[in-house]
Design a protein around this ligand. Sequence first.
Ligand code: NAD
Length: 495
Amino acid sequence: MEPRQSQEPQKPQEPNLPPAKLFIGGEWSAPQGGKTFTTENPATEETLCEVASGSPADVDRAVEAAQAAFTGDWRKTSARDRGRILWNIADALEARIDEFALVETLDNGKPIFESRYVDVPAGIAALRYYAGWADKIHGDTFPVEGPFLFAYTLREPMGVVGAITPWNFPIIQALWKIAAALACGNTVIHKPASYTPLTALKFAELAVEAGLPAGALNVVTGGGSAVGGSMVSHPGIAKISFTGSTEVGQGIMRQAADTVKRVTLELGGKSPNIVFADGDVDAAVKGAYNGIFYGKGEVCAAGSRLFVERKIHDEMLEKLIARTERLRPGDPLHPKTRMGALVSSSQRDTVMSYVEIGKKEGAEVVTGGTLADVGGKGYFMNPTILSGVDNAMRVAQEEIFGPVLVVIPFDEPEEAVALANASIYGLAAGVWTRDIGKAHRIAAQLQAGTVWINQYNWYDSGAPFGGFKQSGFGRELGRQALEYYTETKTVFVGK
Ligand code: NAD
């Protein structure tokens, strides 16, 4: 994702943090057992605040509240009014955009520039996009044989949707799910990631203040299996919309079988970015750089495997290294910072361990590969490029989820496609060429849910996003997402 505006944000004031409570039935509610955990600022390693640690009993309470809203106030709200409420929520969030951006940056470590000009605006855009859909979700009539006057379909909400989200784009991932689910008439229980739960809690309160009926959106923070696992096995939840790692997604798919729960999974990636010699090399350098280093590389669709046609490999690598060496991690609150802190010490250790794995496999660290010193604290790492990489190496096959790019040369277009597709993942891909026919041919052959031609990392509320292969199934965003939050009912009408 690239920022769409160029103004610099002002350094904001004291953060407005939520209480150490769950948000159930339209109000703050202490977790049963009273346990809490802490969330920290990864740029300073300081504790930000305590967060409620929910239990299976809290999930039960949230399901009760969400079911009551589903059969009560939210059910009674007309489709047009659902749209109006979503629009009001978007306006309310926009009015507090700086406040939300600050909390997102403090919790995640991403630059304030990204939170303020990409993440929160993208959440607002999703709310408005689905506000527009709310009164346009309808069935069909069609000719049928037999003793019927006619037949028709209804598109009905599923019931209570469980939304489980990761830490890399907390407010975006939450609002992509919540906006679509609510527009269709469902109610929601949201479990945010434990590293970054704060904007989810704040958003639920804001939504109710902006007119969402109590119980239509509930937030239960806490552990992956205690809260997330309880949601997946809960018979009162109709559908789980999950974004996270492929490993956890596989477990959710297995667990969901017991209740034949509807599931959509947005999982990991190891996306190829293919640069042909007939492309605009300077544009491709910028695209490859943004593709991997935007969001600290903690991006599911990061262009983490760069395939470069051999003829321009050395030129491209040299330019890419020069650009990368100008990117220095810094204080996420500084308006000019473009790379912040990795989300946690454990994420930093995982990413750094892949640099060592790459070296042992024979890759060369051509830039980075080291921790960055930003005032002596925080989980900062320098942007890293590994060359001399073979596509079979672990660093080319496993999701690193950090600012580490592997560069692999190729000779022929068929070879590039074969290498790109030689992955368990299929989330996204990039193609750089001035030959429009070739661009379309390659896009058609790539096993990826999104293909970017002559750009990378662009998203839009109207454009469906999701994976092929082990990157998951189902789609977020666009008209397509509505399919995953509704059931189709067929009605035959006799004479
Ligand atoms: P994760 O899978 O560890 O956790 C995701 C969420 O699932 C968290 O809220 C976590 O608490 C919860 N969870 C953990 N165990 C659970 C269980 N047993 N049952 C139910 N819920 C459980 O992922 P993460 O580390 O937070 O995020 C990084 C991963 O997310 C990466 O693999 C990345 O590619 C992926 N991701 C995918 C997309 C996409 O759209 N495809 C977008 C963003 C991130």
